[in-house]
Design a protein around this ligand. Structure first.
Ligand SMILES: [Zn+2]
Length: 161
C-alpha cells in the first residue's frame, strides 16, 4: 500500500525550474567573477606598462603618467616646432637612470659611464662641456619619438611585439 501523496504537477514543474534556474544563476555568477578577474589582470598589466621605463642609449628613461596621456595626440614634431610646450616633454619623460644601479646619469652623461657602478652607456655626448637644457631637450625628444613609435606598434600589434 503505497501512500502516494498527491503533488500537483505545477509544484513539481516549479521545483524543477527552480533548480535549473539557480544552476544558471550560479553559472552566471562564476562567469562574472571570471570576467572581473580578467579585467583586474588587464588593469595590473596596464599599470605595469605605465610604470615602465624605456631603454634608449643604454640608459633607462622613466615614462611618466603624462606620457600615456599625451602620446595619443602629441607628436615629437609638435615639440620640435614649439607647438607643444617643452615642459610637457620633460613631464612625460623623466631623467635617465643607470640601467644597472638606477643612479641618475645626468652628472656623468658626458663620460658615458655611471658614476656609481661604472656601467657604460651611449648618449653620444662625449666632447661636450656641459649637458645643457637644449641637449637634454634633444635627447628626450629622440626618446619620445622612439617610445611613441613603440607604443603605437604595441597598440596595433605591429613589429616589436
Ligand atoms: Zn650604475
Amino acid at each position: 500500500m503505497s501512500d502516494s501523496v498527491f503533488v500537483p504537477r505545477w509544484v513539481i514543474l516549479s521545483v524543477v525550474l527552480g533548480v535549473i534556474g539557480s544552476g544558471v544563476l550560479v553559472a552566471l555568477q562564476i562567469k562574472v567573477k571570471l570576467q572581473e578577474a580578467a579585467a583586474l589582470r588587464a588593469e595590473i598589466q596596464r599599470r605595469d606598462q605605465r610604470a615602465a621605463t624605456f631603454r634608449w642609449g643604454g640608459v633607462e628613461w622613466p615614462l611618466t603618467l603624462n606620457f600615456w596621456g599625451i602620446v595619443l595626440h602629441t607628436s615629437a614634431g609638435h615639440f620640435e616646432r614649439g607647438e607643444a610646450d617643452a615642459s610637457l616633454l620633460h613631464a612625460s619623460i623623466g631623467d635617465p637612470l643607470c640601467p644597472r644601479c638606477h643612479y641618475e646619469v645626468w652628472p656623468c652623461a658626458i663620460q658615458g659611464k655611471c658614476g656609481n657602478c661604472q656601467t657604460t652607456f651611449q648618449l653620444g655626448l662625449s666632447g661636450l662641456e656641459t649637458v645643457s637644457d637644449g641637449v637634454r631637450f634633444r635627447l628626450k625628444l629622440d626618446v619620445y619619438r622612439v617610445a611613441r613609435a613603440q607604443y603605437w606598434q604595441n597598440q596595433t600589434g605591429g613589429p616589436n611585439r
